[in-house]
Design a protein around this ligand. Structure first.
Ligand code: 13P
Length: 253
């Protein structure tokens, strides 16, 4: 079975102490993950070492960065490089979240470079894609996501693309409480897998985890993750509440 992932995205929330308490509460539950199941926590940069220290003691738990620079090193005040993440044993990095695309002008080309930086250092990119409401309203979501994938990812080799995790996050469902239905999610995930198959073949397409993000909650995770092409979720709000994220981890196939 391909990798199934419950990924928390804390965004810019929680103090260090609150973050530590949240991780402790989740780990205290002692959820044993099967070989194909993973729980990943994308925490703010200053919490990465703390989170990685706690999580790496458990099988298939890991910390993730929420972003990294497209530059390898140098005079880029305020930036964090993939090499810095590697040097503290971080194995995952969220890239191209819609909030970064919207508020920090990230675009498909710079995300292609960021993805390369991570892959060079053995960091698994969790590459986010997804359409806005205005695109969904004119039924152009498939071609929009296709362009995002083509422009950022489709220059990679079979080997490289096999190391990427994709997160489909329709912008209209993020933080709005308006979740995509399981059918809408499955439809887009199947479309993404079809695109991967067209470019890389069936075997590679079948091996890449595609996570759903956008108002995943304790109460809807099981249904969403139950769809054949939905391999877990990237979770914002509900990942900040221990009891909720515990249920979301337990909802993994
Ligand atoms: P919410 O779960 O709060 O809708 O956020 C989704 C998200 O953006 C995860 O990256």
């Amino acid at each position: 079975m391909r990798k199934q992932i419950a990924a928390a995205n804390w965004k810019m929330n929680l103090t260090y102490q609150q973050g530590e308490a949240l991780l402790d509460a989740i780990l205290k539950e002692n959820i044993q993950l099967a070989d194909h199941q993973h729980a990943v926590f994308a925490v703010p940069f200053p919490y990465l070492i703390m989170a990685q220290t706690k999580l790496s003691a458990r099988k298939n738990y890991a910390a993730a960065a929420q972003n990294c620079s497209d530059q390898p090193a140098g005079a880029y005040t305020g930036e964090v490089s993939a090499e810095m993440l590697r040097s503290i044993n971080i194995n995952y990095c969220v890239l191209g979240h819609s909030e970064r695309r919207e508020y920090f002008s990230e675009h498909n080309q710079s995300l292609a470079v960021k993805t390369e930086r991570c892959l060079e250092l053995g960091i698994t990119p969790i590459f986010c894609c997804g359409e806005s409401l205005s695109i969904r309203e004119v039924d152009a979501q498939e071609s929009f996501v296709e362009a995002q994938l083509k422009e950022s990812l489709f220059h990679f080799s079979n080997d490289e693309i096999s190391k990427i995790v994709i997160a489909y996050e329709p912008i209209w469902a993020i933080g709005t409480g308006k979740t995509a239905t399981a059918e809408q999610a499955q439809e887009m995930h199947a479309c993404i897998r079809r695109l991967l198959k067209g470019k890389y073949g069936q075997q590679v397409a079948d091996s890449i985890p595609i996570l759903y993000g956008g108002s995943v909650k304790a109460g809807n995770a099981k249904e969403l993750f139950g769809s054949p092409d939905v391999d877990g979720g990237l979770v914002g709000g509900a990942s900040l509440v221990a009891a909720d994220f515990i249920k979301i981890i337990q909802a993994l196939k």
